[in-house]
Design a protein around this ligand. Structure first.
Ligand code: HDL
Ligand code: ZN
Length: 454
């Protein structure tokens, strides 16, 4: 028996070492990528303890619950709300009327116009079809009633396991916006609300940098001695606030979404931006450095450009990569996770990452999370950064989206990585399964884990 096992192990070791023939590379890359468990570093998903508004087998429904899943949430994802308004304009269906409808009617409206009367070609539409299909449901149904029963039979926590198994994600990183009252109240009411081994928390602090006076008023209401101008006492109190919440959440990083006009240093005539800069320099970055936590900057989102569309109303704009470079240069003790929303910023971000080891570019964010752009950006990153970047995050808001967002991204990563390996084999360098396993583990898990720990 022992000799058999030894033979098997030595054969496996030999196989891992042998160069893979060019015509077999894609199948080996596909096998390794599909089996690699993923650390999803940015989502808007929640543990079951945050409550769910979705009808389910337990019968426990919380109308303001934050754990979103199921076909009605999938179909009313804000990307699809924006898209259905391209088919049925506001002149026919006023926005406020749509928002008054129950979720079920909104979903039926979107299914009818985007999935039945028109071909669901967009990435967000195709994603719903991929998810339904991988859940074993027929994506050709003309009415959502055919799906509703399946989801109503699910237990939310068991369903999380099912979706994580289908998407091969081992850890879901949440986004926990402390200035959102619903979220904040849940943490204060239940200190264990985020305690789920499948999830990690992230302290999201947008108002601190986007509108400090507004944030200061809330902090003051919460008992922190904070003024709207960032004085020394105010800075100390903001640091106390950040440390309390990082402790409460056991957050693995701190995060912010910034507008395209974010600049470092700030425009000297812009008092709001100057206040944000002071908070960034004197509170946020020192706290992150002391705790060795990355600071994630997601740059380029113009919020509520079309306010009537609510979450669907944000747009993208060209941002300033030089500001990122200056922050990485001036704060060498900080670690910066950075993703930018404009396609036009991607090349410069890669070049900047070549200069700063404390800069980790990640993901193809939001309007970039489309196969054509993921392909372009991932090629660019491999060519400029080797495997020292994080190619993707899901940004899932609805639990079931993990299934399609990762299926679609894995397929692109397989295509691009295979092409990169083919180019190498043309030099005569052998690519082994061991090489591929090492690289893919870094890209989908290890680079993020190492950046957290370094
Ligand atoms: O700010 C963010 O984290 C963005 O991802 C927004 O949540 C955006 O609305 C989104 O859902 N993008 O996918
Ligand atoms: Zn997000």
């Amino acid at each position: 028996m022992i000799s058999n096992t030894l033979t098997k192990e030595s054969n496996a070791a030999a196989r891992a070492q042998t160069g893979i023939p060019a015509d077999q590379l894609k199948s080996v890359v596909a096998d390794v990528v599909s089996h690699q468990k993923i650390y999803d570093l940015h989502t808007h998903l929640y543990t079951p303890r945050f409550g769910t508004p979705v009808a389910n087998r337990t019968g426990k429904v919380d109308p303001s619950g934050l754990m979103l899943w199921g076909v009605e949430e999938l179909v009313t994802y804000h990307y699809l709300v924006a898209e259905v308004y391209r088919v049925v304009p506001a002149s026919e269906l006023p926005y406020e009327e749509f928002w008054k409808w129950p979720k079920s009617r909104q979903a039926d409206h979107i299914w009818k116009h985007l999935f039945v009367e028109n071909t669901p070609i967009s990435e967000a539409c195709r994603g719903v079809l991929t998810t339904l299909s991988k859940l074993g449901l027929d994506p050709n149904e003309k009415h959502l009633d055919a799906y509703r029963g399946f989801f109503a039979k699910q237990d939310p926590s068991e369903y999380i396991d099912k979706v994580m198994q289908l998407s091969n994600v081992h850890t879901i990183t949440m986004t926990n916006p402390v200035f959102d009252d619903n979220e904040r109240d849940r943490w204060l009411a239940d200190p264990n609300v985020g305690a789920d081994p499948r999830f990690k928390a992230v302290l999201r602090i947008d108002p601190l940098l986007r509108n400090f006076p507004q944030a200061a008023a809330k902090l003051s209401d919460w008992g922190y001695k904070v003024q709207s101008d960032p004085s020394a006492q105010t800075i100390d109190e903001v640091k106390r606030f950040l440390n309390q919440w990082l402790d409460r959440q056991q957050a693995i990083y701190m995060a912010v979404s910034l507008p395209p006009d974010f600049r470092y240093p700030a425009n000297q005539t812009d008092t709001l931006a100057l206040a944000g800069q002071t908070i960034l320099e004197k509170a946020i970055l020192p706290v992150c450095a002391e705790r060795k936590l990355p600071f994630a900057m997601m740059i380029g989102s113009s919020l509520r450009t079309q306010p009537a569309l609510r979450d669907a109303g944000d747009t993208s704009g060209l941002s300033d990569v030089t500001s990122v470079a200056r922050l990485c240069r001036d704060f060498p003790g900080n670690k910066f996770l950075v993703t930018m929303l404009s396609r036009e910023n991607q090349h410069e971000l890669c070049v900047t990452a070549r200069k700063f080891g404390n800069l980790m570019p990640f993901g193809c964010w939001w309007f970039l999370n489309n196969p054509s752009l993921i392909t372009e950006i991932t090629h660019m990153r491999f060519e400029l950064l080797g495997t020292s970047f994080i190619p993707q995050h899901s940004d899932a808001r609805i639990l079931d989206q993990l299934v399609y967002k990762w299926d679609h991204s894995r397929n692109v990563i397989i295509q691009v990585l295979t092409e990169m390996y083919l180019r190498i084999t043309q030099t005569g360098r052998r690519i082994t399964r061991e090489n591929i396993q090492h690289d893919v583990e870094k890209l989908l898990n290890g680079n993020f884990k190492a950046f957290l720990e370094q």
